[in-house]
Design a protein around this ligand. Structure first.
Ligand SMILES: Cc1ncc(COP(=O)(O)O)c(C=O)c1O
Length: 440
């Protein structure tokens, strides 16, 4: 008999803390991590042999779905070349020049593996460029798990708004001293932004933000807000840093900076870029990027930086995303999904909203309109969200759980109209069952 998810969990816990390699892989809504056996297109099969439509899509990295032919071909090519770890190749330049062409702020780019790495390395260059130390960051936004920035982003309700006085340290083990460098501000609040810059502009190296806040409630910038951010940071000599690890490639090749028409000084991109393999990048104006050694003095090195396997996968991803069918197809799926879910919300008069930008969306319970800032997402009921995810799971649709919050989900280029129909049917059944709880 096949092992159950629970059997595997018990086994895995013996050798890995919590049976996982990433804390959020425990899906608390289903009580175990999803132990996968195989992925194909838009579907993933568990080790129990059950098939699911995947609405996690590798937390946003699976924009090509599983086993995409272009990525398979890239992997074959890497194999035939002997992987060539730790060398530069002509493929690195090819990918770099494609990124510089696609992303408005990218005059230069460096590749690494994860989003956390990318934000860490880029913050260093921002500090070196300005000679200043502090980091202004926006509440609700997420930029990775390292000591520099895992502070003051997503404080629990009871630590709010104290977060603005003493930024909330998001994990034990991060010394309090790191919080002294962090200045949290609310999103979409021109007055708070102006105040913070007047007070702290002289000591602030960088303002980092997700242009679309997929990490808490799918909050989009209000008209004019990003333009104001651009203007005030430029005037104050603060580097404007868009963290596009999640937003890059979701709606267009140019990322949210292209979609909203505001160009930062620097940005990070990632997730989708690797076509399912670990690849991220940091890019920006050459006067900042050329601070890295061997041109300047800022250190950025690593044995596995820009490994050939993800670089070839990244090239395959870019080639695919550049094809004329790609973004129109994603747009069709976006229209189909959101027309469908909005009809369901209306028909059952549900107190919830599903904000979206491109092929990624959030589910926010407890309000009918999109939130504009972090604290407006406190209405979201985590227990109900767990039930929603479990209900969908039992019916063959996989949503990942990030602790029940108003987190992001999505689909890939290999999802079909039929997949979306099935997902909508399942969501309707589950939401109808939970109607009282959602509206209560
Ligand atoms: C906006 C943003 N920045 C940084 C990160 C960190 O990326 P990684 O998980 O690859 O370290 C994430 C991950 O979800 C993200 O969404």
């Amino acid at each position: 008999m096949a092992k159950t998810l629970l059997d595997q969990f018990e086994l895995a816990k013996k050798s890995m803390p919590g049976g996982v390699n990433s804390s959020t892989r425990l899906n608390r809504a289903i009580g175990v991590p999803f132990y996968a056996a195989e992925g194909k297109g838009s579907h993933v099969r568990s080790i129990e042999g059950k098939d699911y439509i995947d609405m996690c899509c590798a937390h946003g990295a699976g924009l090509l779905g599983f086993a995409h032919p272009a990525i398979n071909e890239a992997l074959q090519k890497a194999m035939s070349l002997g992987y060539l770890n730790s060398f530069e190749t002509e493929f690195h330049e090819e990918l770099a020049s494609k990124v510089c062409k696609a992303i408005p702020c990218a005059e230069r780019v460096r590749f690494c593996s994860s989003g956390s790495e990318a934000t860490m390395h880029l913050i260093r260059a921002c500090r070196a460029y300005t000679g200043k130390k502090k980091i202004m960051r926006v509440e609700g936004h997420f930029h990775g798990y390292h000591e520099l920035i895992y502070i003051g982003g997503q404080p629990p309700k009871d630590k709010f708004p104290d977060n603005r006085v003493k930024p909330y340290i998001e994990s034990p083990g991060i010394p309090d001293e790191f919080a002294e460098f962090i200045i949290p501000i609310p999103y979409n609040d021109p007055f708070a932004l102006e105040q913070a810059i007047v007070e702290h502009g002289h000591e602030t190296a960088v303002l980092i933000m997700e242009p679309v806040n997929y990490n808490t409630g799918g909050i989009k910038p209000k008209p004019g807000y990003l333009e104001l951010v651009r203007k005030l940071t430029a005037e104050a000599g603060i580097v404007l840093f868009f963290d596009e690890i999640q937003s890059s490639f979701k709606k267009s090749l140019g990322g949210a900076q292209k979609d909203f028409g505001v160009t930062p000084d620097v940005c990070t991109i990632g997730k989708s870029l690797g076509g399912g393999l670990p690849l991220s990048a940091f890019c920006g104006k050459s006067e900042i990027m050329d601070l890295y050694q061997p041109v300047g003095k800022v250190q950025h090195s690593g044995t596995f930086n820009a490994h050939l396997v993800p670089v070839l996968a990244g090239l395959a991803f870019m080639n695919e995303a550049e094809k004329p069918y790609f973004y129109p197809k994603l747009q069709e799926l976006e229209n189909q999904f959101h027309n469908g879910i909005n009809q369901i919300i209306e028909e059952y008069d549900l107190n919830m909203v599903v904000p979206h930008h491109g092929a990624r969306f959030n589910i926010l319970l407890g309000r009918k309109t999109e939130a504009a800032r972090y604290e407006e997402t406190f209405c979201h009921n985590r227990e109900t969200m767990f039930k929603f995810i479990k209900g969908c799971f039992d019916r063959g649709v996989y949503f990942h759980d990030y602790g029940g919050g108003p987190a992001h989900h999505g689909y890939s280029i290999q999802h079909t109209a039929q997949d979306i129909d099935t997902v909508l049917q399942v969501m309707e059944e589950v939401l109808a069952d939970l109607r009282e709880e959602i509206n209560g």
